[in-house]
Write a new protein. Sequence first.
Length: 247
Amino acid sequence: MPGTPRLPAPIDRLYTLYAYLAFLPIAVIALLGMLLPGLGLRRRVARAAARSWLALTGMQLDVRHADRLPSGHCVLVANHAGYLDGLVLTAALPPRFGFVIKREMSGVPLAGLLLSRIGSEFVERFDRQKGASDARRVLRTASNGHSLVFFPEGTFAKRPGLLKFHSGAFHAATRAGCPVVPCVLRGTREALPTPGMRLSRGRLEVEFLPALPAIVGSAEPATAALRERARSAILEALGEPDLSQAA
C-alpha cells in the first residue's frame, strides 16, 4: 500500500504533539463512557472515540470488504503490525466484537480499565496454569456466541513481515464451530514506528479476506490446518516477508 510521504522532522514532531494532545480529551470522554450501562453501548462509545481521533489527526481509514464479516459470531484474526492495531480495528469493526489481549495490558493504568469495560479477554502468556485457565474462559466466550478478535502472532516485529501464528484463536473457532475471518492491517507500522512514540500522518487500511468455514471439533490436525490456511491467506494479501522462522 503506498504510504503518505513523511513530513519534515520539525513538522513531524509538531504533528506528534498535536496528535497526543488531541487524544487526551477523547480518552477522558471514552473513560467516562465506560460508566454507561450495557456492554454494547460502551463498545459504541469506544468505536466513536477511535474514529474521532483518527479523523482529528487526519489518519485516513479505508475499510475494505466489510461485507465479508459473517452476520453471526466468528473469530477474526489479523496481522500485528504496531501499537495502533487495536485502535484501528476498534474503529473499523462493529461493536459486537471483543478483543483477546495479553494479560499484561490489564495492569496498564486507565487502558486496562477501558479494555476490561469493553469486554476484552485477557490471556496469560507466561504462566502455563493461568494461561490454560484463561484459554478455557475464552473458549466459553466463543462457544456462547461472542465474536472475538485475535492477533495470533502474539507480538509484532520492528521490521515488516508476518511471524508464526499461535493456535489459541483456531482452537476457539473449532470448539465453537464458527468461521474464521482473516484480516490484513496496513499502515499502522508506518504511522507509529517502533521504537519511539513519533506519529506520522498516513493512510490506514483494514481488509477483510474471505471467511474460512467453521470446523466443528477439537482435533489438533484440523486446528493446525485452519491456522495455516488463515496465515497463508494473510501472508499472500499482505505482501510482506514470511518471518515464521524468526526468534
